[in-house]
Design a protein around this ligand. Structure first.
Ligand SMILES: Cc1cc2nc3c(=O)[nH]c(=O)nc-3n(C[C@H](O)[C@H](O)[C@H](O)COP(=O)(O)O)c2cc1C
Length: 392
């Protein structure tokens, strides 16, 4: 796991969302990170420090004078690989902008010499107030990383933007703050999901791909610093990865059109979607009736998105395909790589479908083969990027 062994300092400020920091701490611990928590004095009005002490087995410092030596704001800042403030109140954001150091959290933030990860949570009007907006702009200009709050029903019973971002989105930006940026300067397009080919208004042909690998690749492309990540996705049950632009499509034909509209703007194109080779020749406008003992569905071919992209590929573009094969995995994948003019292909058998463990082989156009065997699709995505980036 990418957070395994990383030191993460979690700063909690006073917000109705302060309790969500308990979940964040548990989540990051499960990912193998070492956690220390610091709280503003007002955060303690919302959630007890005992909770964080029990969760982390560490003292929870709060006043600027706290700690045995009084110099803990310096040692904590040095200890942290990443310092995330979640939730970040409007007040704490303003103090950090002006370099105030009136409590342990703000003192440590000033002593921290890397980019902070700041996850605001507040009422919409507080968030959209010019004062907060300006504070955020200034902090972003200084390189600090914000996890944009979500929209929804807020604790104040108003609808709007200001909810603390989802834990997974906060984790994404923590990873962004820690990981190297080999994709800086590159734009990455990824396809994912299982296309649906409807033969009446509610019934369709599809396949068992969960889309998880494609979504993990898109998330990883953002974490590794890509200038832009575009995910063109057929239906999945997955949430849009943070920092990624998403275009939803349903059928192979729609996916083909969206890929063709966009390919010229991207440097790296990764085709992970499980695209139906065929679609029903006729789509009924009415739900088909069960009025016969048996029936036949006529199919016609869909465009081959990978092959068409391979034909249009320019000198400076990298095209990566995936091959899920049930037999002769290696040979079939090498044939596909050649036939479709790919730079790399990731070959795997069908066992990766809908499970987290990932096993496959990265094959380059010059015939180099490297095994990939990872406990999660997140780690597999990281390894795939590292492996092919080393070879281009
Ligand atoms: C019930 C209640 C809920 C609050 N929720 C928020 C909030 O979600 N976001 C925020 O910025 N401030 C919120 N505040 C205001 C802050 O708690 C207040 O500005 C405090 O001084 C923040 O201190 P700190 O930044 O040092 O933690 C809330 C106040 C109360 C009484």
């Amino acid at each position: 796991m990418l957070l395994n062994g990383k030191n993460i300092l979690v700063g909690v400020s006073g917000s109705i969302a302060s309790y969500k920091a308990c979940e964040l701490v548990r989540y990051l611990q499960k990912k193998g990170a070492n956690i220390k928590v610091i709280m503003t004095p007002s955060a303690k009005e919302f959630v007890g420090e005992l909770t964080f002490r029990a969760l982390t087995g560490e003292e929870v410092l709060s006043d600027w004078k706290d700690g045995k030596t009084g110099l803990e704001h310096i040692s904590y800042a040095k200890w942290a690989d990443s310092f995330v403030i979640a939730p970040a109140s409007a007040n704490t954001i303003a103090k950090i902008r002006y370099g105030l150091t009136d409590n342990f959290l703000t003192s440590t933030a000033l002593a921290y010499d890397k980019n902070l990860v700041i996850a605001p949570a507040m009422n919409t009007k507080m968030y959209q107030n010019k004062a907060t907006e300006e504070n955020i702009i200034v902090l972003k200009e200084r390189g600090h990383l914000f996890v944009e709050p979500a929209e929804g029903l807020l604790a104040c019973k108003e609808e709007g933007i200001g909810k603390l971002a989802d834990i997974e989105d906060i984790e994404t930006v923590i990873l962004y703050s820690i990981m190297p940026k080999p994709l800086k300067g590159k734009k990455v397009l990824i396809t994912a999901g299982a296309t649906r080919e409807f033969f009446d208004p509610i019934r369709y042909i599809s396949n068992a791909s969960s889309g998880q690998m494609g979504y993990s690749l898109a998330r990883m492309a953002y974490i590794l610093g890509a200038d832009e990540v575009l995910l063109i996705s057929a239906p999945t049950n997955l949430k849009k990865p943070y920092g990624v632009n998403l275009i939803n499509v349903i059928s192979a034909l729609e996916m083909y059109n969206k890929v063709m509209e966009n390919i010229n703007n991207f440097d790296i194109i990764i085709m992970n979607a499980a695209v139906a080779d065929f679609r029903p020749a006729i789509k009924s406008n009415q739900k088909l009736k069960k009025d016969k003992e048996s029936t036949t569905l006529n199919l016609e071919p869909n465009p081959d998105i990978l092959k068409e992209t391979g034909k249009l590929k320019k000198e400076n573009q990298i095209l990566i395909g995936f091959a899920a094969e049930s037999e002769n995995i290696l040979q079939n994948s090498i044939d596909k790589l050649k036939r479709k003019n790919l730079d790399f292909i990731v070959a795997n058998d069908l066992s990766n479908f809908s499970r987290d463990f990932y096993e496959g082989i990265l094959i380059s156009k010059d015939g180099k083969k490297i095994e990939i065997k990872e406990n999660s699709k997140e780690e597999a995505a990281y390894r795939i990027f590292n492996l092919f980036l080393q070879q281009i």
